[in-house]
Design a protein around this ligand. Structure first.
Ligand code: TXA
Ligand code: MG
Length: 321
């Protein structure tokens, strides 16, 4: 399938396709999304089918206008919500809220809540405006595999299964949105992501953070194994394990230190130890290593602060089989 440039004409066509129940992959500021019309159950079923995604894993609804939020969410306007939206939308913050009947159960896997965000990407916003106004879109990758941060990743993984891929270049942020459950008295971060938890706390005050080490998964993004390359991935602790010494090793390095070990391939996230750059490069570098002839990928631990929390969350899950 050829990639479509984000011309006005193609963005109109994308909206048209969505209205017809077709699937359109498009860029967001985080990762590429695989979009279908929220109001069309057949489109939603096609998303699960194309991704081979289990139907207990609910989808995120993408909107372009605040008014749409109140058409879908079963919630009264309130100061707290308004101020969160004002501060973080458009942007990589997904809110979990009670849903109205208009949101199909298939989108929420039968939950009475739904996930919603307004992406900070003009191409995505234009496509949503050209559609019926609400687009269900998980990341545009096969379930469990590395997330796509450019159009080629989508093409390699899903071509033939979807109707259109809009090529908006490399995603600016490179890790998925932060998922914040607003249905509890104290909001809780269910998935760390592109908005740092510190920033949320500063604006919202006290919030809980789901702890992957101690809690049982309550949202499917919390499944221990996710975001995985085909090549086994290990987080480097005390050097290379002896069983791997004779293997072809790929190394994902934070800033270029290689610990004197002879790697077959090395990819560097950010030479200047810049977390924003490291996050933006994360999945792209993992895709690169996964396409090389290596037996195992070792990754270096990154300080779990700011975006480092989201990065380590992805790497930790990628290391589980
Ligand atoms: O940045 C992103 O969020 C990207 C782009 C495309 O917007 N989308 C994305 O979607 O990462 P997906 O489907 O790969 O992840 C959706 C996450 C999952 O962890 C899912 O379990 C959670 O959102 N989720 C969706 N609805 C939920 C709900 N009602 N309650 C709790 N978690 C929910
Ligand atoms: Mg995903």
């Amino acid at each position: 399938m050829s990639l479509y440039k984000p011309t006005n004409e193609n963005l109109k066509l994308a909206g048209q396709f969505l209205k017809e129940g077709k699937l359109v992959a498009f860029p967001t500021e985080t990762v590429y999304g695989l979009g279908g019309d929220l109001f069309n159950e057949e489109s939603l079923a096609k998303i699960f089918e194309a991704k081979q995604r289990p139907d207990f894993d609910p989808l995120i609804t993408h909107i372009a206008e605040k008014e749409m939020l109140y058409k879908l969410a079963d919630i009264d306007r309130n100061k707290k919500l308004e101020s969160i939206i004002e501060r973080f939308w458009p942007g990589p913050l997904t809110l979990i809220l009670p849903k109205k009947d208009k949101v199909p159960n298939l989108a929420t896997s039968g939950l009475k809540t739904f996930a919603v965000r307004m992406p900070a990407n003009d191409i995505a916003l234009q496509i949503i405006r050209n559609s019926n106004g609400a687009v269900a879109a998980p990341s545009a990758n096969p379930f469990g595999y590395l997330s796509p941060t450019n159009a080629t990743h989508v093409e390699e993984q899903l071509s033939g299964k979807i109707d259109m891929i809009i090529d908006g270049g490399k995603c600016k942020m490179g890790v998925e949105s932060t998922v914040l459950d607003m249905t509890k008295e104290k909001p809780i971060v269910l998935r760390p992501g592109a908005i740092e938890i510190e920033k949320l706390k500063k604006h919202i005050g006290d919030i809980d953070v789901y702890n992957r080490r101690t809690a049982n998964p309550t949202a499917p993004g919390q499944l221990p194994s996710h975001y995985s390359p085909v090549t086994p991935l290990k987080i480097i602790k005390n050097g290379i394990e002896s069983e791997d010494l004779s293997k072809n090793i790929g190394f994902l390095s934070f800033y270029g230190e290689n610990y004197g070990i002879d790697y077959k391939e090395i990819e560097i996230l950010s030479k200047n130890k810049n977390m924003i750059e490291a996050a933006a490069n994360l999945f792209e570098k993992l895709h690169k290593l996964d396409n090389k002839k290596i037996d195992v990928i070792y990754v270096e631990e990154i300080p779990e602060k700011g975006l480092g929390i989201a990065i380590m969350d992805r790497l930790y899950k990628a290391s589980k089989k």
